[in-house]
Design a protein around this ligand. Structure first.
Ligand SMILES: [Zn+2]
Length: 399
């Protein structure tokens, strides 16, 4: 990744400053090595494919972490995502000035952010530490609900209609365990800061590959958005203001909604291009971006419920409202693709949004109850002095 050791030192410094005041122990005490993950799967009576075991062993042995604060599984996922996005950048003939360094922090935003390190003129893309685990758990829940109708070639066929939605509603009332699982994942993330402290959802075919495509598309879109800020030159054009990352003072790019929409569209283009290379259609790539916005929407409303008893009082960042970003990418997709491709993609996104809404409604009374009983959110959601924009310039004099 990054060539300059000062960029690495700055990443370590930022992580250290975050963990000095936040839930470092929780993030680390549950951290499992790859071999422990294999053991857990075996204990649940499931067979572990040899390839998977080999891959996990490599994770333990070979992944060289950039800092002692990094977690090997997140780092493995991030570097694979970056490889895909950077290949799209080359194939689409965009010019990337410098490859960013990747890292995680408990930022308390279901997102990533990009920092320009002043001294080295290099970038760091920081993901929320539990983003990957949360996205995967949520996608497994959704994949069990979505009406799957078979495979045509490499493409998955869905049945989406108003009638199907009411069928799903009936199915959910017959299978309360699905709604319960989603509630537990969201509440574990909100109250303990970690969605993976509960038993993971185990899914089989076809939900398993569906969940994989959904998570992968969402994660590629999130990283694509950050590369989008770099590619679109947002660090060059913006006015800078003082801000904070944890306790660390930084200079921040003034949040401009048009830049966020521009980065969303660039991220979408990079993600869809990467997924097409992996034989995934535009329809089943696009829903990942839509899914990401729905997840963010649910978390924001959940936080608001627990903090204030109302659902609309709190947003996780200064990006444009989630619903607006979702609307802009849907419109952007319609404008840039033939109707017979754009329309089914947007319809699937809207269908997914309705399912997420259905599931969220079921958990609202529990969230309000947490507020009434005076429960506190996990530390990461309570950080006030946080950099709110994803494009940020590091200005600590040491780095
Ligand atoms: Zn952004």
């Amino acid at each position: 990744m990054s060539a300059d050791p000062n960029t690495l030192l700055y990443l370590e410094f930022l992580q250290k400053s975050y963990y000095a005041n936040n839930d470092f122990l929780l993030d680390h005490s549950i951290k499992k090595t790859a071999s422990q993950v294999i053991e857990t799967i075996r204990n649940q009576g499931l067979r572990v494919n040899n390839d998977v075991e080999e891959l996990f062993q490599k994770l333990d042995e070979q992944v060289k972490l950039p800092t002692p604060y990094e977690d090997p599984i997140s780092y493995f996922i991030m570097t694979n995502l970056a490889r895909e996005i950077e290949q799209s950048i080359v194939e689409l003939r965009f010019r990337l000035p410098v490859r960013p360094l990747l890292g995680t922090i408990p930022s308390g935003r279901l997102n990533a952010m990009t920092i320009l390190v002043r001294r080295t003129n290099e970038f760091i893309v920081l993901f929320e530490r539990q983003l990957f685990g949360f996205a995967y758990e949520m996608s497994k829940i959704i994949a069990q609900v979505i009406p799957f109708e078979g495979v045509i070639g490499q493409n998955i066929k869905f049945a989406i209609s108003k009638e199907k939605l009411s069928q799903i509603e009936k199915n959910l009332s017959r299978h309360p365990e699905i709604e319960n699982q989603m509630r537990e994942v969201v509440i574990a993330y909100l109250m303990k800061g970690n969605p993976n402290i509960i038993e993971p959802t185990l899914v089989s075919w076809p939900s398993y590959p569906l969940a994989g495509i959904l998570t992968n598309s969402a994660e590629l879109f999130i990283l694509g958005h950050e590369y989008g800020h770099i590619l679109c030159g947002h660090f060059d054009q913006s006015k800078l203001v003082q801000s904070f990352i944890g306790e660390e003072q930084v200079v921040q790019v003034v949040p401009q909604w048009n830049q966020e929409h521009e980065a969303d569209m660039k991220g979408l283009e990079l993600m869809i291009h990467a997924q097409q290379r992996n034989q995934t259609s535009v329809v089943t790539s696009f829903w990942g971006a839509d899914f990401f916005f729905s997840c963010m929407d649910i978390l924001e409303r959940g936080i608001s419920f627990v903090e204030t008893g109302n659902e609309g009082d709190r947003r996780l960042n200064d990006h444009p409202p989630t619903a607006l970003r979702r609307e802009v990418i849907r419109q952007g997709l319609m404008d840039s693709l033939p109707k017979d491709i754009g329309e089914p993609a947007i319809n699937l996104g809207m269908f997914l949004e309705s399912i997420m809404e259905m599931l969220f409604k079921g958990m609202c009374p529990y969230l309000m109850q947490l507020n009434k009983m005076g429960y506190q959110l996990a530390d990461r959601w309570k950080i006030k002095k946080i950099s709110n924009c994803s494009a940020t310039v590091g200005c600590n004099s040491q780095y």
